[in-house]
Design a protein around this ligand. Structure first.
Ligand SMILES: *Cc1c(COP(=O)(O)O)cnc(C)c1O
Length: 456
């Protein structure tokens, strides 16, 4: 069967999943409740509604509903760029001479160049339905800002994007593309918010961080009428929307009679990893199957592998609710690695709990140069130019395939190819001319971040 299986496995529109899966419903230990940063009491729906729109607050706080219907309008939006293909990496397998079967889910086939459009389309839809007129957000590498600008243009909504300064400077085309879709974009930290001005006063040379851009976007949203903040990762609602990736993958694998032994994804805030593993995690949580799960993170920002499982702020400015998660501390400033989408101090509370309970088997932190070696190898064999973030998953998929070769095992490996790297050519160039560095935070660096953890 497998040798005759097609290279690209598609779904028809009718076969597309019509529901998102809420993995929390099947978790014995639920992720800990978010806390109000002022009172340290579990945050209420009413409090959250100052920041997020109502329907998304419901999704955020719901630990029991197994499936959420995808609204028809969102299904129609998805049909613009989905279903995404599941691709059998025959060329890569051949180049590695591995008995393993490697599949990747390709989420980069839309203008945002990433999976982020899956949640952007859902979040803007609910905001529009509630009658809001504008949104704010942050973006790291630019994929989320682009995705949200696309969705806002589609549904007719104003948008202001705070983009992490180092990415803003490295990626001029990102700004241009976000503006093409009609959004307003500002480098963060900026002097357009109180929190931005405070951070600039304290760290005048900072290259910014996701945590800092989030603070600015939240401040702007709560101080503007009919405006809400939207976030592209970490939150339970985002992970829920991203389960479209795993639900599709599962059906596609069924079509070729396969099931993964191991599922691999890169982990920044955890949304794509959570999205691809959720339906397979359900099988593991219910005891039906026993796939392994590997989270891959940059060695420069090792939230899962070296972080602490504790309550922390989701942003540098301490305006967001506290979440219990694996974290390096909200004031941890990761080195300016090229995988901007993975430079976040914390990790999805759902994934954090699953990792803590042993359901995510392993978190591997990988060197940037090793990631780009994998990126180049993958581009040359499979012909897709991967995003630096996605290449973290590629690197470990290759290692797993080589392990299978050593052990003579023909395991099935599934990884998420979250996006394309067309806006990351500076990084590809620095890899080629050997100027790329591998910055590993010292224990002292990490201690400084942990020192900023709130005491609860
Ligand atoms: C944002 C992004 C990521 C990381 O975000 P998660 O929420 O951890 O999934 C990975 N890959 C690409 C291409 C991205 O844009």
């Amino acid at each position: 069967m497998s040798s005759k299986a097609p290279k690209r496995i598609f779904l028809t529109e009718d076969e597309m999943p019509k529901q998102w899966y809420n993995v929390r419903a099947d978790m014995k230990n639920k992720p800990a409740a978010m806390l109000n940063p002022g009172t340290l009491k579990p945050i209420t729906a009413e409090e959250l509604e100052h920041v997020f729109c109502s329907e998304l607050v419901k999704q955020e706080l719901d630990d029991t509903t197994q499936y959420f219907d995808i609204p028809e309008e969102v299904q129609n939006f998805y049909k613009i760029f989905r279903p995404s293909p599941l691709i059998r990496a025959y060329e890569l397998e051949k180049a590695l001479d591995t008995p393993a079967k490697i599949y990747y889910k390709f989420e980069g086939n839309n203008t945002s160049g990433s999976h982020k459009l899956n949640s952007a389309g859902a979040q803007v839809y609910y905001a529009k339905k509630q009658g809001l007129t504008s949104l704010t957000t942050e973006t790291g590498a630019g994929q989320w800002g682009t995705a949200l600008a696309m969705a806002c243009e589609h549904y007719g909504m104003d948008l202001t994007v705070y983009m992490v300064k180092c990415s803003f400077e490295q990626k001029a085309y990102r700004k241009a593309i976000i503006e093409t879709f009609g959004a307003n974009i500002i480098a963060s930290p900026s002097n357009t918010t109180n929190v931005g001005r405070q951070i600039l006063a304290k760290f005048p040379n900072t290259t910014g961080s996701l945590g800092c851009a989030i603070s600015e976007a939240v401040e702007k949203a709560v101080s503007t009428d009919n405006c809400r903040y939207v976030l592209g990762s970490v939150l339970n609602q985002v992970l829920l929307h991203q389960t479209i990736i795993g639900e599709e993958s599962k059906i596609q694998l069924e079509k070729v009679g396969d099931y993964p032994d191991v599922v691999i994804g890169c982990a920044g805030g955890g949304s794509n990893l959570g999205g691809i593993i959720s339906p397979f995690m359900r099988d593991r949580l219910t005891g039906e199957k026993n796939p392994r799960f590997i989270a891959v993170e940059p060695i420069s920002c090792p939230s899962l592998s070296r972080g602490k499982f504790a309550y922390d702020f989701c942003d540098t400015g301490h305006v967001t609710p506290l979440a219990k998660m694996y974290t390096l501390g909200a004031e941890f400033m990761p080195s300016p690695s090229h995988a901007g989408g993975l430079r976040y101090h914390g990790m999805s509370p759902i994934l954090s709990q699953l990792y803590h309970d042993g359901y995510i088997d392993e978190a591997r932190a990988v060197l940037q140069t090793k990631v780009f070696e994998a990126a180049n190898f993958f581009a040359k064999t499979e012909t897709i130019l991967p995003a630096p973030e996605s290449s973290h998953a590629i690197s470990v998929a290759i290692d797993e395939a080589l392990r299978c070769k050593e052990e003579g095992k023909s395991e099935t490996i599934l990884f998420n190819l979250t996006g394309t790297g067309y806006f990351d050519m500076t990084a590809y160039m620095s890899y080629r001319d050997n100027t790329m560095s591998d910055i590993i935070p010292t224990d002292d660096d990490l201690q400084a971040g942990f020192a900023s953890l709130p005491i609860i």
